[in-house]
Design a protein around this ligand. Sequence first.
Ligand SMILES: [Zn+2]
Length: 240
Amino acid sequence: MRLTIVGCSPAWPNPGGAQSGYLVEGRGRLLLDCGPGVLARLREREAWPQMDAIAITHFHLDHWGDIVPWVWGSMFRFDGDRPRPQLWLPPKGRALLERFESTLGSPKMFEHTFELHEYEERTTFSAAGLDVTAIRVPHYRIETYGFRVSDGSTTIAYSGDSGPSEHLVDLARDADLFLCEATLERGVLDGEPRGHLSVEEAIEAFEASGAKRLLVTHRPDELPLDDGLERAYDGLELEV
Ligand SMILES: [Zn+2]
């Protein structure tokens, strides 16, 4: 599989950065999260992104905000009239989108643009020809998932946003690549209940999981990383 870091900023943008968006290409094209700045980045590669499926970890804006302009572009036919990409949402996500439509948008705007699906926790679904499993992780009080994505031989695990948890370790178990957030300078700076990781906590989860490679993401530019740790940056492409 090929992984492209489209955007990797935390909940606020790094200078010039896009927020969460990770493109996985195997038999098809799957976008994990679609935060602000991601659609613009994808449009630098092709007039309108040809995506088979998008999967959203949770409804904090930095992980799904660009779904909204995606809808407007599609309504005005800038998507070239392609088949609708699948949009995989957390449980009860469709009802939440309907509330958004009725207060800030227009009826059926999301359904017009995307084939809507809700995933279920730990029930593998097929998206863009890949097997995806959503595992719930702790992130303050909002229902949040991380994803395991597999093409049958290789597995990428993506933390989404998560505090320390054995579920996070489970998520990354024996993965070929663990794309893991490390938003915090120190765990003590987090809220209660926990919602993010320090880099030490990300390393701890990585080591407990048996995953082969750690790629640190969702990290403010201001926070350094020790030598020897791999850090995601917008535009990074790797074969996994
Ligand atoms: Zn986030």
